[in-house]
Design a protein around this ligand. Structure first.
Ligand code: CUA
Length: 339
């Protein structure tokens, strides 16, 4: 039976589509989660290595394919040709195609080893230290020198090295902010270190990159690179408890927070809540997202989350809360006022 093969025009279209997609992937503004648009010193090292191998590979491919096509055309069988000359091995050719790859691999190996040593070195002395802990399914960030604990959203200053100590509270996770640094595992009872420095103010998405259970796909984070002044202001605000609730609604919500069981799992500065199981909520109102960067931090989303988080994030370990009506509205008003 005859097999149908794609026709040449269809193949060409496929190749063109592939090339355009690849080019689009190179632009980080279009795809903020691409690893091909580095925004930090460490990501640049990886990118340089990657591009070196891409260009060398392209050059090799071009030379080999050109020779192949030339040979096929130049030495094609013609009418009246007899049996071609039979050869067995060619020492000179064998040496050439052994030596050339050896040189190419050496060219790649030198910057690779340099890159490994450069990025595995200890972070600079003035680095900002953040202990990042993976949980099913969210990230906890402790700024060990600043006495700040937050979740899923990291603020760092532009122009200063940030050093992460990665660990896990349960299973293996992997820390990945594609435009800043490659993946690094977060392992229980083991600390992995990474660091990077970026000068580019902006917001950068990150992901857990190691399958860690049913909501692995919903374990995201956001990196906010602030100007040094904006970062200093953020630090100052995080280090103190948010001002006492001013509206009657939020005041009622503060009571609901303490009486309804939230404090068993969550810490909130200025309350008796010192729970360590769930994210620290001291400044939850100031975060742009909830549920590990899954939903925008809006009162409506917060209501859904508190009511039954596992309905919108499979496996979420926060149990459904029996808070409703005016109590729920008040609780949300209180949480949103914690900035
Ligand atoms: Cu944590 Cu995947």
């Amino acid at each position: 039976m005859a097999r149908s093969h794609p026709t040449l025009p269809r193949r060409l279209i496929g190749v063109v589509v592939l090339l355009i997609t690849a080019l689009l992937l190179l632009t980080g503004e279009t795809y903020p989660q691409t690893a091909l648009s580095p925004a930090s010193d460490v990501a640049q090292v990886s990118q340089d290595l990657f591009m070196l191998t891409v260009w060398l590979g392209l050059a090799v491919g071009l030379v080999v394919e050109t020779m192949l096509v030339y040979t096929i055309i130049r030495y094609r069988r013609r009418l009246g040709d007899g049996r071609p000359k039979q050869v067995h091995g060619n020492t000179r050719l064998e040496i050439i195609w052994t030596v050339i790859p050896t040189i190419l691999l050496a060219v790649i190996a030198v910057p690779t080893v340099q890159g490994i040593f450069a990025t595995a070195a200890t972070a600079s002395a003035n680095a900002l230290h953040i202990k990042a802990t993976g949980h099913q399914w969210w990230f906890e960030f402790r700024y060990t020198d600043l006495n700040i604990t937050t979740a899923n959203e990291i603020h760092v200053p532009a122009g200063r090295t940030v050093s992460f100590q990665l660990a896990s509270a349960d299973v293996m996770h992997s820390f990945w902010i594609p435009r800043m640094i490659g993946k690094r595992d977060m392992i229980p009872n083991h600390v992995n270190n990474i660091w990077f420095k970026t000068d580019r103010v902006g917001v950068y998405p990150g992901e857990c990159a190691e399958f860690c259970g049913i909501s692995h796909a919903h374990m995201s984070m956001k990196l906010f690179v602030d100007s040094p002044a904006a970062f200093a202001a953020w630090v100052k605000a995080q280090q103190v408890a948010a001002v006492a609730p001013t509206t009657a609604l939020a005041q009622r919500g503060a009571g609901v927070f303490v009486s309804s069981g939230c404090i068993a799992c969550h810490t909130l500065m200025g309350t008796i809540g010192q729970g360590m199981i769930g994210p620290n909520l001291s400044h939850v109102g100031g975060r742009s997202t909830i549920g590990a960067a899954l939903f925008a931090n809006t009162p409506a989303n917060m209501a859904v989350w508190i009511h039954n988080s596992s309905a919108v994030k499979p496996g979420s370990l926060m149990p459904p809360q029996a808070v409703s009506g005016a109590d729920l509205t008040a609780l949300i008003a209180y949480l949103e006022s914690r900035r």
